[in-house]
Design a protein around this ligand. Structure first.
Ligand SMILES: *Cc1c(COP(=O)(O)O)cnc(C)c1O
Length: 376
């Protein structure tokens, strides 16, 4: 497709589609190939399946069109969100560099700290809320932002942090997993890399693991692509194709899930046993002022705290439309007691709730009934 349709829904349904060819499908099926016919010198796009695949190319174009509509941008797809995150950190940092990471980010980030330190990289951390990372930027090579943060749902000002980081000579990467490109566009807010797990809301059906990195600078994209090639953290063609197919409904899912998440947050605000309620779209939430400036949809995750572990477990068991499962962003609602993993610094009764695409009345009624049941 040439041209840039104005509407996000129009863009989502057409993103990354090849020009029409008679008797060919609209979205070509997955190409399963370890190698491609190749005679003579190895030139041209497709030679070996660890380096490139036409199904990835279509998906990468599609994600790029959503991350930076109408602008030249390169996207590299990965086997998982962690593969994408590691690719940026490990392709950009060298021994002796300093990196600033969030102290309240995704629970696998601390495992990455250990590896970075072992390679002689200095790791500094600060919380997401209040733009606290600003205070530790001095001398950094890379600033890593996660906003909204998972699972605490704090939000930082991407434009402000990016301006300060660039002035200090640091690159900026934003983990855009929770927002998805329809919720926020980090590259337009100044970031050098927009990185995300596609496992969550981007693909939205809880059936694939995937990740991506988008960036404007062709040289940096080449470094990330090279990292994928040497580490081999490549997406399967089937996963890449499923992801592309799912992008066509991203706007529908995001609109429904964000609207229901707000309704859920509003209903939880009226419950006496609920404390620590967080949703960036909720007026009055500490994240709301910054979130409303830089986000277009506030996402599907609502966090809150029930009085104790038993209370939270009774609540989860009493839900009938919500699966007790980790991850988030799927069309089927899930919730979990986050503390069970041990990693996040959250209370025992902390619930991370991922709102799905169910009818809002059904979901809210199920939650109200489960809260009532858990109270005794
Ligand atoms: C899930 C998640 C990741 C990791 O993604 P995987 O696809 O599970 O590797 C990274 N960042 C955030 C914010 C996440 O929620």
């Amino acid at each position: 497709m040439t041209g840039t349709p104005a509407g996000e829904g129009t863009r989502a349904v057409r993103a990354g589609l090849p020009d029409p060819v008679n008797h060919e499908p609209t979205l070509p099926g997955p190409v399963f190939a370890a190698h491609f016919h190749l005679s003579g010198d190895p030139t041209g796009p497709y030679a070996y399946g660890r380096e490139s695949n036409p199904t990835w190319t279509h998906l990468e174009r599609a994600v790029g069109e959503l991350e930076a509509p109408g602008e030249p941008v390169e996207t590299v797809a990965f086997a998982s969100g962690m593969a994408a995150i590691s690719a940026v950190l490990m392709s950009q940092l060298r021994s002796g560099d300093t990196v600033v990471l969030p102290s309240d980010g995704y629970q696998a980030l601390p495992l990455v700290h250990e590896q970075l330190r072992a390679w002689g990289i200095t790791v500094r951390t600060a919380p997401t809320g209040g733009d606290a990372q600003l205070a530790v930027l001095d001398g950094a090579r890379l600033l890593w932002i996660e906003t909204p943060s998972n699972p605490g749902l704090d939000v930082c000002d991407i434009r402000r942090l990016t301006g300060a980081a660039h002035a200090a000579g640091a690159l900026v990467a934003v983990d855009n997993t929770l927002a998805t490109p329809l919720g926020q566009r980090p590259l337009a807010l100044g970031a050098d890399f927009s990185v995300a797990s596609g496992t969550k809301g981007l693909t939205g059906h809880g059936d694939v693991l995937l990740g991506h990195v988008s960036c404007r600078d062709a040289g940096k994209a080449a470094e990330v692509r090279h990292w994928r090639k040497i580490v081999g953290a490549i997406p399967g063609p089937m996963e890449a194709w499923l992801a592309h197919r799912s992008l066509a409904t991203l706007h529908l899912r995001s609109d429904r899930q964000s609207a229901t998440a707000l309704a859920l947050a509003e209903s939880l605000r009226r419950r006496a046993e609920v404390t620590g309620l967080r949703y960036p779209g909720l007026p009055g939430d500490p994240s709301h002022p910054v979130a409303s400036r830089q986000m277009r949809r506030f996402g599907c995750v609502v966090s809150f705290v029930l009085p104790d572990r038993d209370h939270a477990e009774r609540f989860l068991r009493a839900l009938t439309l919500v699966d007790d499962a980790t991850s988030f962003g799927g069309v089927r609602s899930t919730a979990e007691r986050r503390r069970r993993w041990g990693g996040d610094d959250v209370p025992e009764g902390f619930i991370r709730f991922s709102v799905g695409a169910e009818d809002p009345e059904d979901l809210l009624a199920d939650v109200a009934r489960a809260l009532d049941a858990a109270a005794h």
